[in-house]
Design a protein around this ligand. Structure first.
Ligand code: H2B
Ligand code: FE
Length: 297
């Protein structure tokens, strides 16, 4: 039977996790580290208990976790000013990221409340695409709170707090980016499984690995680029192919594990991207009654 339609943020179920369970997998850097797995699970379980609209409990990050945050922040500080898009660089200072302290989701929500009105909400890991995308329609971004494994500060096989904060959070404060990412979410409401999978790829090639034209330059806006020193350097080297994004066409395979991206999809602007996605959503021709009311979101 088809799942009940998602009509509001209260219908989004943040316990539908598709990613790693408590045991991780043998290619996860924390696989042999029992203390790490216990810590990750404790934060993941707390996230599952979070109820929409209630305060987000702060996490007390230990010295090892803070050191990992510091290491990633330091290496990215060198490349971001040159290769991140202007909207990202304009928003970044609002969040006051600094060494010595991992920001709390509650603080992030304070900043977002004063800009675009987005909300970050805790989640236990990789959330089912239907629920993840629906959250975006209602301006809720599901964010993990656990930290990547300390043995590899520059790498994580799954979303973690560093990826969410440095990769995703700053642009949520930009109005035109906000319209783009919400447009992807809105297109997902009432979509069938095939369209959800298509939108997952569109999300991947924009929100995770998108680049945008800025005068004569190509700048990063995808979180998977912005939160990875290696991927940023790869993007900046010009080695990857560039193609215009076309959501009306089948999207290529997503590559997760086989190194850096071989091509990036290019937008001329966030406004243009949002418009494109809105047209795509209209073409799905869903009855308005299945779309949920995102007008107030
Ligand atoms: N879950 C979490 N926690 N973070 C993500 O970035 C994410 C997700 N991305 N679930 C989603 C899936 C993406 O791959 C698309 C929309 O399915
Ligand atoms: Fe991400």
């Amino acid at each position: 039977a088809p799942a009940a339609p998602i009509r509001s943020i209260h219908d989004v179920d943040n316990s539908q996790i598709l990613g790693f369970g408590a045991d991780l997998a043998d290619d996860h850097p924390g696989y042999h580290d029992e203390a790490y797995k216990r810590r990750r699970s404790a934060l993941a379980e707390a996230a599952k208990r979070h109820v929409v609209g209630t305060p987000i409990p702060d996490v007390s990050y230990g010295p090892e976790e803070v050191a990992t945050w510091d290491a990633v922040l330091a290496e990215l500080s060198e490349l971001l000013p040159r290769h991140a898009c202007k909207e990202y660089l304009r928003c970044l200072p609002l969040f006051n990221f600094r060494p010595g302290k991992v920001p709390q989701l509650s603080e992030i929500n304070g900043v977002l409340a004063g800009t675009t009105g987005w909300t970050v909400r805790p989640v236990a890991g990789l959330l089912h695409p239907r629920h993840f995308l629906a959250g975006l329609a209602f301006k809720h971004f599901h964010s993990t709170q656990y930290m990547r494994h300390p043995s590899k500060p520059s790498y994580t096989p799954e979303p973690d707090i560093v990826h969410e904060l440095i990769g995703h959070v700053p642009l949520l404060a930009d109005p035109s980016y906000s319209r783009l990412i919400q447009a992807i979410g809105r297109a997902s409401l009432g979509a069938d499984d095939k369209a959800i999978w298509h939108l997952t790829k569109v999300y991947w090639f924009t929100i995770e690995f998108g680049v945008v034209r800025e005068r004569g330059d190509i700048k990063a806006f995808g979180a998977g680029i912005l939160s990875s020193y290696g991927e940023l350097a790869h993007m900046a080297s010009g080695a990857a192919a560039l193609e215009p994004l076309d959501p009306f066409r089948p999207q290529p395979r997503m590559s997760y594990k086989d190194g850096f991206q071989k091509r990036y999809f290019l937008l001329d602007s966030f406004e243009g991207g949002a418009e494109l996605l809105q047209r795509y959503a209209e073409n799905l021709a869903l009855p308005e009654s299945l779309r949920g009311d995102t007008s107030v979101a």
